[in-house]
Design a protein around this ligand. Structure first.
Ligand SMILES: [Zn+2]
Length: 423
């Protein structure tokens, strides 16, 4: 946490006193990059316009004739690391925060929309400017949960990008008729992708066939759940999905059978793992858990690997917190991936899983950024609580953590750059 409030990112002495809601130009100064360089970054519209050494980008340009409120803002990022923003690759917002509610939780449209919106804002505060949530459709739910997610998506426009994956339970035979109709309706209504859990259908291969047909018809991506526990079934699934690359994602593969990583690698299918555990498909979660070493095995086999959060305080993980940096921390702390690869799994790999273009802190790239307290990537993952989030060129969230001690410590501690404490 910060040693003092004054160590937080400060708006410069420009006309925009409140940087949240600044004009079309944003100048981030004295930011450290993951490679150690300290730079200024100028953002114009939704793009990074220029990156240069400190002071090299000049003063914030004023827009001729524009009211002062639209001239932009300058933000001092001394003591902060500037990174491509993470993305949430796998969430279940329709059940978020339900662990503490009586079962079944209230399902009015207003209640669902409120919980989905709160979940998305929680994730955004941690830095995820793009998020994908899986939503149950059909059965008793109809399209109510999806409609709530789409309402929240509309309300969040400009703050974060929210994608919805429609999850029917059954798709084959007479029992699957409702699921088939609801899936098509969901994709017409605005669901981003088709998904679900083939293993919950009596005919998993038939489920995949129906789903792929609906996805082709709607020209949308596919994002499926599997435990990966049955090697023959996994090989068939990977083979069926391979032709849809790169618009196909599989996860969380928490009970992946030996040899499963080789089948996934040869199919080229992208996998989203859940290091924090907990997934509300009815297949994964605390009961089965994620097999230790899974992420390392997948990465070593060459599977394009990203990491999501899964549960946000729902019954599968009542302490789920939806912080992508926590997922990266767990991947690094367990030794599954090195620090850089662990962050990439929740940032550009997660963006790729969502079908989004990569981000670099470089001119021309999308201005999707996270400034986090710390002087290195390892330091940021170890304890970067203070954060500033940029989506589409605009500061959309700021968290400032302050730590204070009761008495002055007599021991002389060398002051680090901009901080005496963590993040
Ligand atoms: Zn899930």
């Amino acid at each position: 946490m910060d040693s003092a409030p004054s160590d937080g990112p400060q708006p410069g002495s420009g006309p925009a006193a409140n940087p949240l809601g600044h004009g079309p130009v944003l100048l981030l100064t004295d930011a450290r990059l993951a490679d150690g360089r300290v730079v200024d970054v100028r953002i114009s519209g939704d793009r990074i316009q220029a990156v240069g050494t400190t002071g090299s980008l000049g003063p914030l340009p004023a827009l001729p004739g524009a009211p002062t409120a639209t001239t932009g803002a300058r933000i001092d990022l001394r003591g902060y690391l500037l990174l491509p923003a993470p993305a949430e690759a796998h969430a279940h917002y329709d059940v978020a925060f339900s662990a503490a509610l009586p079962a079944p939780p209230p399902e009015t449209s207003a209640d669902l929309t409120r919980r989905v919106t709160e979940a998305a804002l929680t994730s955004l505060g941690y830095g995820a400017t793009a998020q994908r949530t899986h939503v149950r459709i059909g059965d008793v739910h109809g399209l109510r949960r999806l409609e709530a997610v789409l309402t929240a998506r509309q309300a969040l426009r400009g703050l974060a990008e929210l994608q919805a994956v429609a999850m029917p339970r059954l798709l084959t035979g007479r029992a699957g008729a409702d699921g088939r109709a609801q899936l098509r309706d969901a994709l017409k209504l605005g669901a981003t992708a088709a998904g679900g859990c083939p293993e919950l259908d009596p005919d998993p291969a038939g489920y995949v066939q129906v789903l792929l047909e609906a996805a082709r018809e709607a020209d949308c991506p596919v994002d499926l759940h599997t435990t990966g526990a049955d090697p023959a079934q996994l090989a068939r699934l990977a083979g069926a999905l391979a032709p849809l690359r790169p618009r196909v994602v599989l996860g969380p593969c928490g009970a992946l059978a030996p040899g499963g990583s080789a089948a996934l690698a040869s199919s080229g299918v992208r996998v989203v793992c859940l290091p924090q555990n907990g997934c509300c498909s009815g297949l994964e979660g605390r009961a089965t858990g994620t097999r230790p070493g899974l992420a390392r095995e997948l990465a070593r086999a060459g599977v394009p690997l990203s990491a999501g959060s899964g549960s946000l305080r729902d019954p599968a993980n009542p302490v789920g917190r939806a912080d992508p940096l926590e997922a990266a921390y767990l991947l690094a702390a367990s030794g599954a991936l090195d620090v850089e690869a662990a962050y990439d799994a929740v940032a550009n790999q997660a963006r790729a899983a969502l079908g989004l273009p990569p981000v670099r802190v470089d001119a021309g790239f999308p201005a999707e950024l996270l400034a986090v307290r710390g002087d290195s990537l390892a330091g940021a993952l170890a304890g970067g609580h203070s954060r500033l989030v940029v989506h589409s060129g605009r500061i959309v969230s700021r968290t400032s953590a302050v730590r204070e001690f009761a008495d002055t410590v007599a021991l002389a501690l060398p002051r680090q750059s901009g901080s005496t404490g963590g993040g």
